[in-house]
Design a protein around this ligand. Structure first.
Ligand code: PLP
Length: 440
């Protein structure tokens, strides 16, 4: 069956995420049939370079033999077991491996892992833990501080600490009470990242001076607000958020769902600032893009406040049916082993440098507003020349054999960390050709 036939069936029965279905068929979506390494193949036999790692997850490309083997071996032992009242070796091993990679330095020591399913559910866990910890340490603090332009997922807690009006405004009446501060990634013309960080630190300082004793946590995407269009910001802001959280008795939640697991050229984006959060969320690339799994890393300081008798009310009443599914854990264990054995963090940093060189010609191109990058996370913001310019560029790139997806008018490049030299060149030259075609 060809794409047209599949799309007819799709349109008759499927509702896609983040999709305006009045435009769906007109955009001629790709009907993916199979994949290999960095390549996607559609049902018509066309091949596309997967330039966004299937939405930021396939860190090694598709169908990595070691991960295939780990999942198959796990399938032969244990498909699923609950994590309520039971445990299993792949879950225990994964917690140990994650903690062994965790950021460390002055301050908190990450020593416990709570598993969830998607990034959003990890964020829910972190928010509830932070609030409950405040209740258990003296006084309920019902407020979260978060950044404008933030994106932490689509469940209502995660939306509450989000700051993207397009996605979040509709749901405002349903949400938790929060205190937003400006985005350190949005700078006035000519303003330096250091100056912008200082400006937002001043705003955060003033806010906490006034309301700090009501705040249970400050929630941030460390170093880069990804879904807002790869808005990178200076490490000074993250360091100040860490210091101010401690000073005011609040926790720092670093949401590493997008930026964690080697994406930024460090295992964790928080490392760029030398910051250790009290709660660290991760997901997306954790299983190398094979299966849904997320996790929250936290400290004994937080964990210990949850200890008590059953009647004390200190239990963390949260969990999901598939928490720590063994197949997901097996994939993640194999992935973390490969990150270590293949030196993938350094490889990601080198790929980022290569992207920098290849994208350099766009810096002076008047069709490009800005190129933003940290490690392999790259956003090329193009000048708007009508509705959906970013989408038009991605479509033109697809015509050149490269599959990309925009965030508004920012075209994202987030390839597998292992992308080879010639494929990297192909990806960037297709992008530049697509800008030539679509931004006139
Ligand atoms: C920083 C961040 N947090 C959370 C999420 C939500 O993750 P998921 O889509 O797996 O629920 C995302 C998704 O893009 C994200 O970028």
């Amino acid at each position: 069956m060809d794409s047209a036939a599949w799309l007819k069936r799709d349109a008759a029965s499927v509702w896609h995420p983040f999709t305006q279905h009045s435009l769906w068929l007109g955009d001629e979506p790709t009907v993916v049939d199979r994949a290999e390494g960095p390549w996607l193949f559609d049902v018509d036999g066309n091949r596309y370079l997967d330039g966004v790692s299937s939405l930021w997850v396939t860190t090694l490309g598709h169908r990595t033999p070691e991960i295939d083997a780990a999942i198959k071996a796990q399938l032969d032992r244990l498909d699923h077991s609950t994590f309520l009242g039971a445990t299993h070796p792949p879950g225990i091993e994964l917690a140990e491996k994650l903690l062994a990679t965790a950021p460390f330095g002055d301050g908190p020591v990450l020593s416990k892992v709570f598993f969830a399913g998607d990034g959003s559910s990890a964020v829910e866990v972190a928010l509830k833990m932070a609030y409950q910890r405040s209740v258990q340490t003296g006084r309920a603090r019902p407020l979260f501080v978060h950044l404008r332009e933030a994106y932490h997922g689509d469940t209502l807690g995660a939306v509450s600490v989000g700051g993207m009006e397009l996605f979040h405004a509709t749901y405002r009446p349903l949400l938790l009470k929060t205190l937003p501060v400006s985005s350190p990634g949005v700078r006035a013309a000519g303003q330096t990242p250091v100056d912008r960080a200082a400006e937002v630190v001043a705003e955060l300082t003033a806010l906490l001076h006034e309301r700090g004793d009501e705040v249970c946590a400050i929630v941030v995407e460390p170093m880069v607000q990804a879904a807002a269009g790869m808005l990178t910001y200076h490490a000074d802001f993250l360091r100040a958020a860490r210091r101010l959280a401690t000073e005011h008795g609040a926790l720092l939640i670093c949401d590493e769902v997008a930026a964690g697991v080697a994406r930024t050229g460090r295992m964790w984006a928080s490392e760029h600032a030398g910051v250790v959060p009290d709660l660290l969320t991760c997901g997306k690339g954790l299983t190398a893009g094979y299966l849904p799994l997320s996790a929250v890393l936290t400290t004994d300081e937080v964990y210990d406040t949850f200890l008590g008798t059953p009647a004390s009310g200190r239990t963390f009443f949260h969990g999901h049916t598939f928490t720590a599914n063994p197949l997901c854990c097996a994939a993640a264990n194999a992935h973390l082993d490969l990150i270590a054995s293949r030196g993938l963090v350094a490889q990601a940093a080198a790929l980022g440098d290569r992207l920098d060189q290849l994208l350099a010609p766009l810096a002076d191109d008047d069709r490009v507003v800005e190129v933003r990058r940290i490690g392999t996370m790259t956003g090329v913001e193009v000048r708007s020349v009508g509705e959906r310019t970013g989408a038009a560029v991605c479509r033109a790139a697809r015509g050149r054999g490269v599959w990309l997806r925009p965030l508004g008018d920012t075209v994202v490049l987030m390839p597998p960390l292992t992308l080879g030299r010639s494929e990297t060149e192909l990806m960037v030259s297709a992008l530049i050709g697509a800008i030539d075609e679509a931004v006139r």
